[in-house]
Each structure stands twice: as C-alpha cells, then as structure tokens.
Write a protein that binds this ligand. Structure first.
Ligand code: NI
Ligand code: MN
Length: 226
C-alpha cells in the first residue's frame, strides 16, 4: 500500500488498485500550501466526521474526481445538497464490501457537525480490510475501551491515530490505544495544524519507543509504502 500525507488528518492510501482519500482538509491548511489539490487522485473519499478540518475540500475533490464519498448518513445527505453525486452512507458498526476491500465503521468518541452547523451524525473511525493488509483510521477520537474490539476480530497491520491532544487523544493515550487495538505501528495525525495541537515530535516519538511502539510522523507531501 502506498500512503501519501496531505497534512492534518488527510491521507491518500492506494489499496486494491484504488485511491482512498481520508478527511480532505488541505486548502485551508497553512502547513499544506505546497499541495495542489487539483492533482490529488481519489476513487473513494472517506469522511470520519463533519468538522471543517475533515471535510473542507471534500466537495471540490469529489466533484472533480467523481469519487464515491463514504461517511455517516447525515454527512452524505449534506454532501448531496452541495452537489456531490456519488455517495455511500454508513453508520457505526456497519461493514460493507467495496472493490478494494471492506470498510467497517467503528466508534469514535468525539462530536460531529457540518461547517454550517447541520447535525453530522455519529463520528466514525474506519477499519479497512484488504488482500494487502488491514489498517485502522481512527478519525478524531478519545481513547475508548471500545477500541479493544477492533483488534479482537482481525489483525491490524498499522493504524492512523490522532496524537495532538486537546481535541483528541494525545501521545500517552494513543500508546494505550496501541495495546487496545493490538498494533505497534502507528502513523500520527491531527497535530501541529493549530496552536492548541502543536506537539514536540521528538518527545512523542520517544514516548512511543519507550513503550515498545513505533510512531511515524510523515512530512506533508511525503509518500511511504507499507
Ligand atoms: Ni473533529
Ligand atoms: Mn479535527
């Protein structure tokens, strides 16, 4: 799997020959000014919840690419009103087969409203199961005991976890989340973008190392292969 980092909680993941794009928030991100959103490929756009720092570029990219947007029912309704054509509504606990693999929607302990204040339904995390491996994209979430269920039913090869604290988990709780999901290989997200979530990278990486886990902090625009 190729993983592209577009800043904040936005990643592209190439799996099963398809381009998945998670939580597109690029054009309002001062740290991601060098990313050209007209070049980002997407066959599917997965939206974890309705907050602006997760949906800002969803409509623009969906209209250009004709990607199918996967998200909570309420988010899909809102996107339809913005003129997005291809939508696949899901909700907590639901699993569905797509042409790249399975998407399972899991609980995120957070809130969800759209940028205009419309109710956004349940905030979600996504577990992607594919022939190339499984990963967990946590969205915005606190540490929650429900994460134990995620690692019980399949092997999680790597996970995207929020580590910026203040609005979500910070590094200490993300380390506990690693034990809950039974996965040691973490890609950090939801840090540095805004003043309350600025973190010390070295300190966070060291904390993970000390706990026997690996935290990768990608450069915005960087691509890695898993
Ligand atoms: Ni949020
Ligand atoms: Mn957020």
């Amino acid at each position: 799997m190729n993983i592209m980092y577009y800043g904040h909680s936005c990643f592209g993941v190439e799996v099963g020959g398809k381009h998945l794009l998670f939580d597109p928030f690029i054009s309002p991100n001062d740290l991601a000014k060098h990313i050209d959103i007209t070049k980002i490929p997407a066959d599917y756009i997965l939206v974890s919840h309705g907050h602006g720092d997760h949906v800002a570029d969803a409509v623009t990219i969906a209209k250009r690419t004709k990607a199918t947007v996967i998200g909570a029912y309420e988010i899909c309704n809102w996107l339809e009103k913005q003129g997005v054509e291809n939508l696949h509504a899901m909700n907590t606990g639901g699993k569905k087969a797509f042409d790249f693999g399975f998407v399972k929607c899991v609980k995120a302990e957070h809130s969800s409203s759209m940028p205009d204040g419309t109710y956004g339904g349940n905030p979600l995390g996504f577990v992607i199961e594919s022939a190339e491996g499984n990963f967990y994209y946590a969205g915005d979430t606190a540490l929650t005991y429900d994460m134990k269920l995620i690692g019980d039913y399949r092997k999680i090869n790597f996970a995207f976890l929020p580590i910026g604290d203040n609005f979500t988990m910070g590094p200490e709780n993300a380390i506990i989340a690693c034990d809950f999901i039974n996965c040691k290989d973490i890609i950090g997200m939801h840090y540095d973008t805004f003043p309350p979530i600025k973190i010390n990278h070295e300190e966070a990486i060291n904390k993970f190392n000390m706990a026997g886990k690996k935290l990768t902090l990608l450069k915005i625009g960087e691509t890695i292969t898993k």
